[in-house]
Design a protein around this ligand. Structure first.
Ligand SMILES: Nc1ncnc2c1ncn2[C@@H]1O[C@H](COP(=O)(O)OP(=O)(O)OP(=O)(O)O)[C@@H](O)[C@H]1O
Ligand SMILES: [Mg+2]
Length: 350
């Protein structure tokens, strides 16, 4: 059967600044019904700001947030937030009050249109699912961080929303609870729910999400399926650590010499999304990263040449091929190559 894609959430040129800082910078994104999307980026990238705008807590400076309404049309959230399909949010660290878990969840459930006579059963079902049932009548200010986080997730989905938007839902959860959460999100997706998940935990995201939106400095730098992101990055790289830092003035000459000597073993067509050149030097970590053709013999030749012909230029302390997981690699190549916001703020990058 052919499935017709159906846009359920659309961000158009969405922007938000805090003073001079562009926290969210012209984001465009389209989410289809039933997708599980990961918004991935480093601290300060703009994930929470984006989610707060979708949750209508923050007003965008520019752009539109379109969400499907109950008639099936996309509706501008800022202009009219009524009659949209039900949404559930977990934003930042939930801080709850001196209520019991039961009272709190009942309060949230009553705020929504969830059928009154089904609320109690729904609360029990979810408390059991998240292993909190025995704490049903405990005041939530006595809850541990992870228990509070679980309660935050339950609160987000108590009314069985169509769109579920979670900001760092794994925060504070132990490995078992994280696994359970992943399974649960998959189950919700199988039931046709649309899920949008912000995180910097790449493993968690890669395990469950269909698509990933990579965000840095308020901009979406890639939005694609994990498979497609991976295709771009099928390459081979060796890391060569050296003993002493190379002076900036000496670098171009050394780099040219390396390109010349290592040329037969370097990758022939390097994806410019990965890197513009096949040999890069990183002064902070005192390392060269070399994109080669992937053959073991080539690796052996590269090492031999570096040791024999570059003795006067640098001393090799280690030579290795990184075994990073695919998504970490993507993250490293696409995000960390650009300075993150915290690096700029700390004055590490001008
Ligand atoms: N209320 C605010 N006032 C001023 N600046 C803010 C405010 N909220 C966020 N920012 C800034 O906007 C940028 C984006 O922040 P945001 O919280 O959206 O990032 P994030 O991707 O969620 O990061 P994290 O992974 O740390 O949660 C950051 O540089 C942050 O300092
Ligand atoms: Mg955040």
């Amino acid at each position: 059967m052919k499935t017709i894609s159906e846009t359920i959430l659309k961000l158009v040129n969405l922007s938000k600044s805090y003073g001079k800082l562009k926290a969210v910078d012209n984001i465009n994104l389209e989410v289809q019904k039933g997708e599980l999307i990961g918004l991935v980026g480093p601290n300060g990238a703009g994930k929470t700001t984006t989610i707060k705008m979708i949750a209508n807590i923050l007003k965008p400076d520019k752009g539109e947030i379109l969400i499907k309404n109950q008639k099936g049309n996309l509706q501008n959230l800022v202009k009219n937030s009524r009659h949209l399909i039900p949404q559930g949010f977990l934003i930042d660290i939930p801080s709850f009050y001196k209520m019991t878990a039961y009272d709190l969840l009942k309060y949230f459930a009553k705020l929504t249109d969830y059928p009154r006579n089904k609320i109690d059963d729904r609360i029990d079902e979810l408390l059991k699912l998240f292993n909190l049932y025995q704490w049903k009548y405990t005041r939530v200010d006595k809850f541990s961080k992870g228990m509070n986080q679980k309660l935050g997730i339950i609160q987000a989905i108590i009314h069985d929303p169509e769109i579920i938007i979670l900001d760092e839902p794994q925060m504070g959860l132990d490995p078992n609870a994280r696994l359970e959460l992943r399974r649960f999100l998959k189950l919700l997706q199988a039931r046709g729910k649309t899920i949008f998940l912000a995180s910097h935990l790449l493993h968690e995201i890669s395990e469950i999400c269909n698509k990933i939106a990579l965000i840095n400095l308020g901009k979406i730098i890639k939005f694609d399926t994990i498979e497609n992101l991976g295709v771009n990055l099928r390459t081979n790289e060796v890391i060569v650590n050296i003993l002493n830092e190379i002076k900036e003035a000496d670098l171009p000459e050394i780099q040219n010499k390396m390109i010349q000597k290592l040329n037969p073993y370097l990758v022939k067509s390097l994806d410019p999304n990965i890197s513009k050149q096949s040999i890069n030097y990183y002064p902070l970590t005192k390392e060269f990263r070399i994109y080669f053709d992937g053959k073991n013999e080539s690796k052996a030749e590269i090492l031999k040449i570096l040791l024999q012909e570059f003795q006067s230029d640098f001393k090799v302390t280690s030579f290795s091929q990184p075994r990073t997981a695919q998504l970490e690699r993507i993250y490293e190549e696409l995000i960390q190559k650009e300075p993150t916001r915290s690096q700029i703020e700390e004055g590490r990058v001008i």
